[in-house]
Design a protein around this ligand. Structure first.
Ligand code: NAD
Length: 352
């Protein structure tokens, strides 16, 4: 069973809980806006269902309300920043603000963001950049439970390490590719588990390394207290990309990599290695715009394959979901809602 809630109402509910957990009103609003936008975009895995985890992380001390980015290095086109375990929705926006400004001054910026608490949808940060006509590339690692098995391995060793690239298209909505390097996002398994659904074959292995369709293997402890694992997308190629995310987002940023047994701490720490480029300063703006549009049009002219509605460009499904959910509201399953209500109760926020 699910309830359908208008986006505005959900923002009020979430900002109330985040504020009760210790955030200043502006921070609570930014976190709520970001999470609800993820739901609106069709990514419930990164939406308001994260609130219980954030509340637990604050209560444990792993997530620090009202922290901002600290500048560790500011050297020309290089920026090294520390999120100080603040809300990723806030420190991520601050970090992108600095990186975009630098890219507009110098043509490009390599920005390393360490120790952000969960950054949520990485596409949000690429959307900030493309809105200013900038290209933005993001490699992110995740320090929480190691939930993805390396290609050829039988247990989880790293996180769902997302990759994202946003490319502005002149006069059109941008190309916005934003995905976890696991076959599916961990949060989608939480949603499926909460809804009592099995998932398609090929996504998961159980705690003994055997294929399974039960999403619970990565959500709740299995016999012996062990967890199963997600598989990488694209076999060895996706696995390699996930390792690149760990090495760039975790090691190169100074945020840290995962190399220890699982624990049950609730904080989710992201490191994000970002490259922002201003095409206007690269000297290729005119041909970039023309060639990009020519290529996109060429793609779109491909005849629909049998059973398909035709070719989409990355970013289109999210924009379509936003149009629909802005109009019809956001469906929240009963289990997720009960967890949100319980999270509110932990910090003294009553959720109606
Ligand atoms: P997904 O599998 O739904 O893939 C999404 C991407 O594929 C989008 O760019 C979308 O526009 C594109 N896409 C989808 N269908 C398409 C089609 N038919 N044709 C062309 N393009 C298409 O996403 P996911 O892997 O489940 O990731 C969901 C979200 O989770 C992302 O926003 C990601 O940043 C986020 N995430 C965050 C963390 C973190 O620690 N902060 C970790 C993992 C994932």
């Amino acid at each position: 069973m699910a309830r359908t809630i208008p986006a505005a109402q959900l923002r009020t509910t979430v900002s109330g809980i985040i504020a009760a957990a210790g955030s200043a009103p502006q921070e609570a609003q930014t976190v709520a806006d970001n999470l609800v936008l993820a739901n609106l975009s069709g990514h419930d895995s990164h939406g308001v269902g994260m609130v219980p985890r954030y509340v637990d992380a604050v209560l444990e001390g792993g997530l620090k309300p009202n922290a901002g980015v600290a500048v560790k290095l500011d050297a020309g086109s290089l920026l090294a920043l520390d999120g100080q375990r603040g809300y990723g929705q806030v420190v991520g926006e601050q970090a992108m603000g600095l990186a975009m400004q630098r890219a507009q001054e110098t043509g490009s910026c390599v920005m390393a963001l360490a120790n952000a608490h969960h950054l949520g949808r990485i596409g949000h940060f690429a959307e900030m950049a493309v809105a200013r006509g900038l290209v933005s590339i993001h490699f992110v690692n995740v320090q929480s439970r190691p939930v993805v098995a390396p290609f050829g391995g039988g247990d989880g060793r790293y996180g769902t390490n997302p990759f994202c690239v946003g490319i502005p298209l002149a006069g059109r909505p941008p190309f916005l590719l934003d995905f976890a390097t696991s076959r599916v996002a961990q949060g989608k398994m939480r949603v499926a588990h909460n809804e009592g659904r099995q998932v398609e074959p090929g996504l998961l292995i159980d705690e003994k390394g055997r294929p399974t369709t039960n999403p619970g293997v990565v959500v709740v402890p299995q016999p012996g207290g062990l967890f199963g694992a997600l598989l990488a997308f694209g076999e060895h190629k996706g696995y390699g990309m996930a390792v690149a995310c760990e090495l760039l987002g975790g090691a190169l940023t100074g945020s840290g990599t995962w190399h220890r047994p699982a624990d049950d701490r609730r904080a989710v720490i992201n490191g994000m290695f970002t490259v922002v480029v201003d095409p206007g300063k690269l000297g290729t703006q005119a041909s970039f715009e023309q060639e990009a549009l020519a290529f996109v049009d060429w793609l779109k002219q491909s005849p629909p394959a049998p059973g398909s509605d035709g070719v989409l460009l990355a970013g289109e499904p999210e924009r379509q979901a936003r149009r629909e959910r802005e109009a019809s509201g956001i469906a929240i399953d009963d289990q997720t809602w009960a967890e949100i209500v319980a999270a509110g109760a932990k910090v003294g926020a009553r959720v109606a």
